[in-house]
Design a protein around this ligand. Structure first.
Ligand code: HEC
Ligand code: HEC
Ligand code: HEC
Ligand code: HEC
Ligand code: HEC
Length: 218
């Protein structure tokens, strides 16, 4: 897939943000005044990583399960980013001399973790927990899109409060059976209205407190 922005766009974005910060209140006022355009919500930008790791190749093509690398996603708040050792279970055998993998080999040799840059970032005052969602019928692709087709991860959902609340008010249209949580190609069946209502009951989801402020701001 074509990159949306040329490689220098990140540097440019950073420079613009730094510039805004340096302008102090004036810059801040400008940022606050901007509506939630995709640019402001960080949607669809790609972020330069220490290694050009491709989900399209690993999760899509090779079919490696998300949990092989994001081991904590069903148990805790954070999905987790894999350590260098996880990459080396394969790359000590294959592509051992590839230039693209040089940073991975260096990380292993020097014992210094790779510095993966975050793509999705919620503000500190927002509480989020992966396990609650994944264990209650919300699949990865509902929030992250078709990761298995991304050569570089980008944020597809706005991750604004309004977006969270849309689903918390009425999760039924977005719920899927437990067997489909890791299926990146899942689409709602024709009778999703009935299925969704049944899944709310199945998972025991209680929607009446899902929009309480204290649920997400603790
Ligand atoms: C072989 C290991 C591996 C597999 C398998 C894998 N990932 Fe990842 N994932 C990574 C690495 C490494 C990163 C950090 C670099 C990046 O963002 O591309 C990452 C990043 C991500 C991110 C962005 C995290 C952030 O910074 O916000 C998401 C979302 C994600 N993966 C979802 C998935 C999903 C969904 C699957 C299954 C379809 C999956 N991953 C399979 C290794 C893996
Ligand atoms: C289960 C085995 C396996 C694991 C685990 C794995 N890889 Fe790979 N990786 C492969 C294979 C096989 C290829 C060749 C893919 C191809 O050509 O389609 C590859 C290719 C690559 C490439 C070359 C570019 C590309 O995508 O084709 C890079 C870079 C890479 N892997 C990085 C990583 C990193 C970083 C990790 C750890 C987060 C990792 N790999 C974990 C099997 C693995
Ligand atoms: C309800 C929406 C939602 C679902 C479902 C979801 N995620 Fe996330 N994910 C997020 C948000 C929001 C963040 C940013 C969290 C933060 O900044 O604290 C995130 C961050 C991540 C990260 C990077 C940070 C971390 O948590 O370690 C990875 C990796 C990730 N998700 C993988 C996955 C995988 C794999 C699945 C499916 C098994 C999944 N996510 C399901 C919303 C979701
Ligand atoms: C597509 C639907 C969907 C989206 C999007 C979504 N959620 Fe949820 N959320 C749920 C469901 C379903 C539950 C489980 C309700 C239950 O506990 O029965 C839940 C539960 C929670 C809980 C309760 C955890 C607990 O331990 O009490 C928190 C906190 C939460 N979500 C935060 C968020 C935040 C923050 C966002 C946006 C970044 C978000 N959610 C986006 C569907 C969603
Ligand atoms: C389902 C999760 C969720 C619930 C429930 C929730 N919020 Fe939020 N809230 C968020 C997220 C995510 C953000 C950060 C993204 C954004 O600013 O849109 C946020 C941001 C905010 C902000 C900062 C807005 C800004 O523009 O900087 C305020 C203030 C706030 N929430 C107040 C509330 C109040 C009051 C309630 C109850 C009526 C509430 N929230 C309920 C998820 C939630």
């Amino acid at each position: 897939m074509a990159q949306v922005f040329p490689p220098y766009a990140n540097t440019l974005a950073r420079a613009v943000l730094l510039g805004a910060a340096a302008l102090g209140l004036g810059g801040l006022g400008l940022l606050v005044a901007l509506p939630f355009t995709p640019h402001v919500t960080r949607q669809d930008i790609t972020i330069e990583q220490p290694v050009q790791f491709s989900h399209e190749h690993h999760a899509g093509g090779l079919g490696i399960d998300c949990r092989y690398c994001h081991t904590a996603v069903e148990q805790g708040r954070y999905a987790g980013i894999p350590p260098t050792d996880t990459c080396m279970t394969c790359h000590s055998q294959i592509w051992t001399n590839a230039e693209l993998l040089a940073p991975v080999r260096r990380s292993l040799a020097e014992g210094v973790p790779l510095r993966w840059q975050k793509v999705h970032v919620l503000p500190d005052y927002v509480f989020f927990d992966h396990s609650v969602h994944v264990n209650n019928g919300v699949g990865c692709s509902t929030c992250h899109g078709a990761i298995n087709r991304m050569p570089q991860v980008r944020q597809v959902a706005p991750l604004t409060m309004g977006w969270c609340l849309d689903c918390h008010r009425d999760p039924a249209p977005n719920l899927r059976p437990a067997s489909e949580i890791f299926n990146m190609e899942w689409t709602p069946p024709a009778d999703q209205a009935a299925q969704g209502a049944a899944l709310v009951a199945h998972y025991g989801i209680r929607t009446e407190h899902l929009t309480d402020c204290s649920r997400c701001h603790r």
